[in-house]
Design a protein around this ligand. Structure first.
Ligand code: SF4
Length: 328
């Protein structure tokens, strides 16, 4: 089926939004007829992104899962991969989230330095998250760590988390990464021994995968962050999860290291959902920052097979382009 069915096409009409499918409830659009004002557009686009992300896996992830299924030699592993692929089809057919755990909502915003209403984006993302909780629906996953009370709407202090990047221009690019709890629970950060260098990193990543076992719902995608500082390593590791699985690392040395680590972690035999097989990890995505001479931080951010992400760009003329889940 059309993986994009149910979502609006690229929107080109200035100040007016044309919607191809009615399956998304564009309350703002119906109410006003037009969408004037960046914050309204941001809210609506963020809502659509959350809905796209939790229902439809990006094509590169689906392709990697199909390839893994075709090549899996373990009977138990193949059965798991078939079940995952069936699950993906059913989610698309019934317009339901691909997993009951719709994750913690994390946004990555590339804000053009000259874009309008940047100060209103945070509130718009908050509103979109609350709407998505009710209207998609997605599971309320935001809990106060002191009182253990669930906010009921996926928002709370610093949640949804927003990663900001200021870029030249007037456009706003928004990505949502709903981060599942099982995979999040095994993310690790370590201060390695500088003298061990990349050998230490390889050991650190393989150890992390072996320790994680079935917990992060393999097959996984690993974001690996090297250098910077303790917080920077994890930040770039998590951001590396956004790189499509079919896009090689532009740095040939990093690409070689990714391949080596991928081969090593897949020799663990943990396999799909931990039931044995040759596919424990679909991709290793590495990024790095320069480090302090005395420190060697490294981080591994796990994502599960339900590796969800969706991106859109709001152009300066208020047209919107959906960059991962496109409609012709
Ligand atoms: S880790 Fe991923 S696949 Fe597993 S329950 Fe959480 S969201 Fe679902």
């Amino acid at each position: 089926m059309d993986p994009n069915l149910g979502f609006p096409t690229t929107i080109r009409t200035k100040h007016k939004v044309r919607v191809i499918s009615a399956s998304i409830d564009h309350k703002l659009i119906k109410k006003r007829g037009t969408l004037v004002g960046t914050s309204n557009i941001v809210e609506n686009v963020a809502f659509n992104l959350i809905k796209q992300a939790v229902i439809y896996l990006p094509e590169d992830v689906k392709q990697a899962l199909r390839k893994a299924c075709a090549e899996e030699t373990s009977e138990a592993g193949k059965t798991q991969l078939k079940a995952i692929l069936d699950n993906i089809d059913l989610a698309e057919k019934y317009q339901a989230p691909i997993c009951q755990d719709t994750g913690t909502i994390i946004f990555y915003i590339k804000a053009g330095a000259k874009a309008k209403d940047l100060d209103k984006i945070e509130e718009a993302l908050m509103k979109a998250t609350k709407r998505a909780t009710v209207e998609v629906p997605i599971r309320p996953n935001a809990v106060n760590p002191f009182t253990q009370k669930n906010s009921g709407d996926n928002t709370g202090r610093l949640i949804p988390w927003i990663n900001w990047e200021i870029v030249p221009g007037e456009d706003i690019e928004m990505t949502v990464l709903p981060k599942g709890g099982g995979a999040e629970n095994v993310c690790v950060m370590g201060m390695l021994v500088p003298g061990e260098g990349i050998t230490g990193v390889k050991k650190f990543v393989v150890d992390a995968v072996m320790k994680a076992g079935a917990k992060p719902c393999p097959p996984n995608i690993l974001g690996v962050g090297i250098g910077g500082g303790s917080d920077i390593a994890m930040k770039i590791a998590k951001k590396a999860l956004l790189r499509p699985l079919n896009v090689p690392n532009p740095d040939p040395e990093m690409a070689k290291l990714e391949k080596e680590i991928l081969e090593a972690v897949n020799m663990t035999g943990i396999g799909p959902m931990g039931l044995g097989g040759k596919t424990t990890v679909l991709s290793v995505n590495i990024d790095y920052a320069y480090r302090h001479p005395a420190s060697y931080p490294a981080a591994v951010a796990f994502n599960c097979w339900a590796s969800r992400r969706a991106t859109a760009r709001i152009n300066a003329d208020e047209t919107v382009e959906y960059l991962i889940h496109k409609v012709e």
